[in-house]
Design a protein around this ligand. Structure first.
Ligand SMILES: Nc1nc2c(ncn2[C@@H]2O[C@H](COP(=O)(O)OP(=O)(O)OP(=O)(O)O)[C@@H](O)[C@H]2O)c(=O)[nH]1
Ligand SMILES: [Mg+2]
Length: 168
């Protein structure tokens, strides 16, 4: 009886967990986005000026209603991208962050995104692209970025979108 009650109690209070991976080339703003998300949901977050380039990965756990969203923020430097695929089998969503203000790296970002979405283990996994650094005067607009990435043509059949981050 006691174990039955324990089970019922655990079931009533259990939180669903959803895992998401934050991807994008180095310096795109993945860790900054994660820290801003944490701050948005009332968690302690690192100030932007203290965020170093990610070596390996960071984890953020954010409770949103009954769901615990677990974000894996992976280092985006070219030398770390070969390990990204190890996380793919475990995730239910992909957030891909693009630096809208760095025109010199857009091709690299697009190539990287195409590799990510083309990966066998991410087939059917929802993708959200964030057009980051929209506050910078040299940033290209969400529409331009969407055109450059050929978002409609390449990703139109998936449940995806190209959004400016709300927290910046
Ligand atoms: N102006 C501006 N700067 C930003 C924004 N987001 C990030 N940055 C800056 O961009 C730089 C890189 O940010 P990170 O969050 O470390 O980038 P990252 O994608 O995690 O980089 P890696 O960990 O190397 O993969 C930092 O100097 C941030 O302060 C933004 O929305 N606006
Ligand atoms: Mg980082």
């Amino acid at each position: 009886m006691f174990s039955l009650l324990c089970g019922l109690w655990q079931w009533l209070h259990q939180k669903e967990e959803r895992r998401m991976v934050l991807l994008g080339v180095d310096n795109a703003g993945k860790t900054t986005t994660l820290e801003q998300l944490k701050a948005l949901f009332g968690l302690k977050a690192m100030p932007p000026e203290r965020i170093p380039p990610t070596i390996g990965f960071n984890i953020g756990r954010i409770q949103i209603d009954k769901v615990i969203a677990v974000f894996w923020d992976l280092g985006g430097h070219a030398s770390f991208r070969s390990v990204w695929h190890n996380y793919y089998p475990e995730v239910q969503g992909v957030m891909f962050v693009v630096d809208s203000a760095d025109a010199s790296r857009l091709e690299e970002a697009k190539r990287t995104l195409l590799e990510v979405v083309g990966h066998e283990q991410l087939k059917g996994v929802p993708l959200l692209c964030l057009a980051n650094k929209q506050d910078k005067p040299e940033a290209i607009s969400v529409q331009e970025l969407s055109r450059f990435f050929e978002f409609e043509q390449v990703f139109g059949d998936r449940c995806n979108s190209f959004q400016p981050p709300k927290a910046t």
